[in-house]
Design a protein around this ligand. Structure first.
Ligand SMILES: Nc1ncnc2c1ncn2[C@@H]1O[C@H](COP(=O)(O)OP(=O)(O)O)[C@@H](O)[C@H]1O
Ligand SMILES: [Mg+2]
Length: 345
């Protein structure tokens, strides 16, 4: 969704538009393309001539987009009111069209402390609904992620073309790269056996805040399993970028007892991907988001490692500086203006 403008239904084949009108039950009067999001699928709220509204995702199969639209329709049935209610699905030639309740409210652009209770209530519902996975045909997220792993192992070893662009770039934390590599090396044993359905993209741009403050999770597209806490870990850097403490969220969540070493491994692996990709040339908004994710994943991990060190060996001086969580400094340790984060991503 970066360099490309999001496609409109009006640009889709006539048969796709006809399918949308059938799902809506009346001719389309207005189409409002979603501003937030990162994919090149049609994602529009359509309003009929009689005032009916639906949110429609549509894309052709073949390159993953139509497949994601189709998976979304299956998942919507399974996750209930955690997400938007499904309102129909159509396969039109190579195109897949999924219609949903158009959620009232706004895409979250900033998390605030007032969201915390509702976020925790979302986590409770996720635990109930998604653990174990309510849908079949899933595969482990950890395995899908393997091609994206290896940043820290390469950087602590011989390097290579995948990480050449990272040489000489100081990490924003004082966790040794060899420690990150060791954590990263435990990725599959730590994560592959998880049995919960994994949303996989839990971030601001995939959460809608209703006028009453209630949060609804949108953009269900992956048929993945992972430990239940993995979605919270992936949300962590996003809330941290807005000044909330992800560790506090985890401690108050139903996954307060998540195995510490496995959570640290998840943070290291995710951070490696974000650090590597965030510093590559590419779509500006996506790269910004990845750099932000890398910074906050690493900070969270550093705070956890320092805390554990403090707990295990009281009185021992930490090898790393600053064990507390501070979301308001940038990668160079300078204070960060709150408005620096992307809007509507
Ligand atoms: N059911 C819905 N009702 C209203 N708006 C929605 C709904 N689902 C998603 N959106 C909004 O549309 C944006 C894009 O939809 P999303 O499914 O996340 O597509 P993408 O795959 O492009 O990220 C979301 O970021 C959200 O702001
Ligand atoms: Mg999205």
């Amino acid at each position: 969704m970066d360099q490309e403008r999001r496609p409109r239904l009006t640009e889709a084949p006539e048969a796709v538009r006809a399918a949308v009108e059938r799902l809506l039950g009346e001719p389309v009067h207005e189409e409002r393309a979603a501003a937030a999001g990162f994919t090149a699928s049609v994602a529009s709220t359509v309003v009929g001539i009689g005032g009916r509204r639906l949110f429609v995702k549509a894309a052709p199969v073949g390159g993953g987009l139509g497949e994601a639209v189709e998976a979304g329709a299956v998942l919507a049935e399974a996750v209930g009111d955690l997400g938007p209610r499904p309102a129909g699905f159509a396969a039109v030639g190579a195109w897949r069209v999924a219609a949903y309740e158009a959620i009232e409210g706004e895409a979250v652009t900033r998390w605030t402390a007032a969201d915390e209770p509702e976020l925790l209530s979302v986590m409770k519902r996720m635990r109930t609904v998604m653990e174990p996975s309510p849908v079949g045909g899933t595969s482990p997220y950890a395995e899908a992620f393997v091609p994206l792993l290896g940043t820290w192992q390469l950087l602590s070893g011989d390097g290579g073309p995948r990480v050449d662009h990272l040489r000489g770039k100081p990490l924003p934390v004082e966790v040794p790269v060899r420690m990150l590599a060791e954590l990263e090396s435990r990725w599959l044993p730590a994560l592959a056996a998880g049995t919960a359905l994994h949303h996989g993209d839990l971030r601001r741009d995939n959460v809608m805040r209703q006028p009453d403050g209630r949060l609804r999770v949108v953009d269900w597209t992956h048929l993945w399993t992972a430990p239940g806490w993995m979605d919270l870990v992936r949300l962590g850097p996003d809330v941290a970028a807005c000044g909330l403490d992800p560790e506090k969220l985890l401690r108050k969540s139903p996954w307060a007892d998540a195995p510490a070493g496995d959570v640290n491994t998840a943070l290291a692996g995710l951070a490696g991907r974000a650090w590597r990709e965030g510093l590559l040339p590419g779509p500006a908004r996506l790269r910004h988001m990845q750099r932000e994710q890398a910074l906050h994943l690493l900070r969270w991990l550093e705070a956890r490692l320092n805390h554990r060190k403090g707990t295990c060996t009281p009185g021992e001086k930490s090898l790393r500086s600053g064990g507390h969580y501070d979301a308001h400094k940038d990668a160079s340790g300078h204070p960060q203006r709150r408005s620096d984060s992307p809007k509507g991503r």
